[in-house]
Design a protein around this ligand. Structure first.
Ligand SMILES: NC(=O)NCCC[C@H](N)C(=O)O
Length: 410
């Protein structure tokens, strides 16, 4: 049995999931991109080319890269798995009652790769091979969505995330991202790689979690049994405590969860937009936000299900991390350039890099000041073009969901 597990933020990366830009991005328009959490429409062919380059750089280093459309297509080859997904997707709450039967019959017969593309890319009324009946069918214009696209699945970091030897399937904050959870759940439940082998700590789409929202860009299993969880725009304390309960003291879980409370802003929507690991003792940080973070540690209490809290008021997050990892020292690499450049480079994901190994990272090409600073510190920086992929406001860290990553042995 394959042992899945993420044991650090910067040890050797072995298996990762990504999601190639596709149909969902061809649906972005000036009118809908804001509500779909993109800052602009994108040139999809170029984004695909750049994403392929990103993937090729990981594969060239021996990393196994799983692609979410392909993973879902394999799931849909299985009749029972397809029925499970369609039961959850093609339901009255989503598509009304009038077209339920016709839509279900069409999707039941659709080839798996095409259905997978539509699960991520959505379905417009104009694509239906039947005249949609019912109030909802009549209400939609030809270019309106029967099922909306989920273009932010490009950012695979967020809808699911591994915490040591288990995974959370995350209830997302914005409506535009909530449908991603179901697709990831289908992959973990039914894909032959994971079925019966992926230990789901928390989450899933069968239950409405209300304000208990969690996004993987906030979650970092940093080693030594410690997990950082950012609490900003996207991840709420109600979720953090439930995740803590599900992993603390558990086999393959964690011994300490550190909640990192951040100011709420789009520039700092997740912890990983302002903070990422270049090495176990070298952190990339955007100080304007990171210096404001307030940490609270959580440990398993004496009684089953009880949690003990320890606040670290006035202690910088880097010092909390240093102590938690028993490191003699920790260095901070701050976003590069003058005040204007720093703000621009953080916005363009300068601090959102993914480590393929210690001091080997993938970064966007446009962040020239921060990339230079990393190189000056001996970090190998693999540059990926940012112009199209970056328009959804996510970098290399956001675009990857590590599934197998080594611990860093000190
Ligand atoms: N971990 C991340 O920071 N992911 C980036 C997500 C960007 C996406 N447009 C969003 O707003 O959710």
């Amino acid at each position: 049995m394959t042992t899945f597990g993420v044991h650090s933020e910067c040890g050797k990366l072995r298996t990762v999931m990504v999601c190639r830009p596709g149909l969902a991005h061809k649906r972005l328009t000036p009118a809908n991109c804001d509500s779909l959490l993109f800052d602009d429409v994108i040139w999809v062919e170029r984004a695909q080319k750049d994403h392929d380059y990103f993937v090729s750089q990981m594969r060239a280093r021996g990393i196994e890269v799983l692609e979410a459309h392909d993973m879902l297509a394999k799931v849909l080859d299985d009749k029972a798995a397809r029925a499970w997904l369609l039961d959850h997707k093609v339901k009255a709450d989503n598509v009304g009652i009038g077209m339920l039967g016709d839509l279900r019959s069409w999707l039941e017969e659709m080839p798996s790769a095409q259905l997978s593309e539509h699960m991520f890319g959505g379905i417009a009324k104009s694509e239906l091979p039947f005249d949609p009946k019912g109030l909802f069918g009549g209400y939609l214009d030809q270019s309106d969505f029967v099922l909306p696209p989920v273009p932010n699945s490009l950012f695979q970091r967020d809808p699911s995330c591994w915490i040591y030897e288990g995974v959370t399937v995350n209830p997302m904050y914005w409506p535009a991202r909530r449908q991603e959870t179901l697709l990831l759940e289908a992959i973990y439940r039914f894909h032959p790689t994971f079925a019966g082998k992926a230990n789901i700590w928390w989450g899933g789409s069968d239950k409405d979690h209300g304000p208990a929202t969690l996004e993987g860009g906030d979650v970092m299993p940093i080693g030594n049994g410690v997990v950082l969880i950012g609490m900003g725009e996207r991840t709420s304390p109600q979720a953090v405590v439930q995740v803590a309960k599900s992993v603390l003291g558990k086999k393959g879980g964690a011994n300490r969860v550190i909640a990192c409370q951040m100011p709420k802003s789009r520039a700092a929507m997740h912890l990983d937009t302002v903070f990422s690991f270049l090495d176990i003792d070298l952190l990339s940080v955007f100080p304007d936000v990171v210096d404001e973070i307030v940490c609270t540690s959580m440990y398993a209490g004496d009684k089953e299900g009880e949690i003990r809290f320890e606040r670290h008021d006035g202690v910088h997050i880097s010092e909390v991390v240093r102590q938690a990892l028993n490191l003699p020292s920790i260095e901070l690499l701050k976003t590069g350039g003058d005040a204007f450049q720093r703000e621009r480079e953080q916005w363009d994901d300068g601090n959102n890099v993914v480590a393929l190994d210690r001091r080997v990272v993938v970064a966007y090409d446009r962040n020239t000041y921060t990339n230079k600073l990393m190189r000056d510190r001996g970090v190998e920086v693999i540059e990926v073009p940012a112009s199209e992929l970056g328009r959804g406001r996510g970098g290399g860290h956001c675009m990857t969901c590590p599934i197998v990553r080594d611990e860093v042995k000190l």
